[in-house]
Design a protein around this ligand. Structure first.
Ligand SMILES: CC(C)(COP(=O)(O)OP(=O)(O)OC[C@H]1O[C@@H](n2cnc3c(N)ncnc32)[C@H](O)[C@@H]1OP(=O)(O)O)[C@@H](O)C(=O)NCCC(=O)NCCS
Length: 207
């Protein structure tokens, strides 16, 4: 049986190996090329196009094609409520993806997130750089304390990325969509856990 100390020891070793691997590969994106900026009204048609891409829709709980009226109502709600904080991720000045925080509660310091890369022709490591800047915003700039994620269990790429950033499984649930019932893994990342992982993840990025 693993003791807490053993588990933390394993995590530290994992973090060190990951850092060494990232540095050896030297693949990290330059942080100065990465910019997470607030989503604005003028982004709405681009974001609707991204959100309706089959590869994005298939991993979302709401998977129907989103019409213009539905999207405008949602967009207005996102931009006018403190419970949301949505951002466009730009790489070398080109908008390529989205990181959205929702169910934000300042009293508990908690929130949930969603994200995707929706443009092709981006370098390997774009997802990692986008999530890194998103987590720095959430725990650093916004000073929040816990971030939740709900990932469909077969979305192994997203689950692996979450775990790499230090998220741990909190619970499971099921969702029903037109194509059937799907298992969902609910994960959480605390500020303390992020601070422990940040250094290792920063090696996937160049200053
Ligand atoms: C999930 C998603 C954002 C990942 O984006 P991505 O740009 O493909 O991710 P990255 O390129 O950063 O990471 C992919 C691989 O590159 C590797 N990599 C990245 N930077 C690296 C570096 N500096 N050195 C070595 N390897 C590196 C990662 O280890 C990873 O490898 P693995 O697949 O073997 O684990 C993207 O696939 C996506 O938008 N998916 C659809 C939407 C989605 O699932 N959203 C989540 C909903 S819960």
């Amino acid at each position: 049986m693993h003791s807490r100390a053993d588990t933390e020891g394993d995590a530290n070793t994992d973090n060190r190996l990951m850092r060494d691997y990232g540095q050896r590969m030297g693949l990290g994106l330059k942080l100065s090329d990465c910019f997470l900026r607030p989503m604005k009204w003028a982004d709405r048609e681009q974001v609707r196009g991204w959100r309706n891409q089959p590869a994005v829709r298939r991993v979302m709980f709401t998977d129907h094609e989103i019409g213009s009226g539905e999207h405008c109502r949602w967009f207005h709600q996102v931009l006018s409520s403190d419970a949301y904080s949505y951002h466009v991720f730009e790489y070398q000045g080109r908008p390529v993806g989205l990181v959205g925080f929702f169910k934000l509660e300042s009293a508990s310091g908690s929130g949930e997130w969603t994200f995707y890369i929706a443009e092709g022709n981006v370098p390997r490591g774009t997802g990692i750089a986008m999530l890194y800047t998103g987590l720095d915003f959430f725990f650093g700039s916004r000073r929040m304390s816990s971030l939740f994620a709900n990932v469909i269990a077969w979305n192994e790429e997203s689950l692996a990325l979450h775990r790499r950033f230090g998220f741990v499984q909190d619970s499971t649930k099921q969702i029903e969509r037109a194509d059937g019932v799907h298992e969902v893994v609910c994960l959480v990342l605390t500020k303390a856990k992020w601070e422990g992982h940040r250094d290792a993840m920063s090696s996937f990025i160049r200053e």
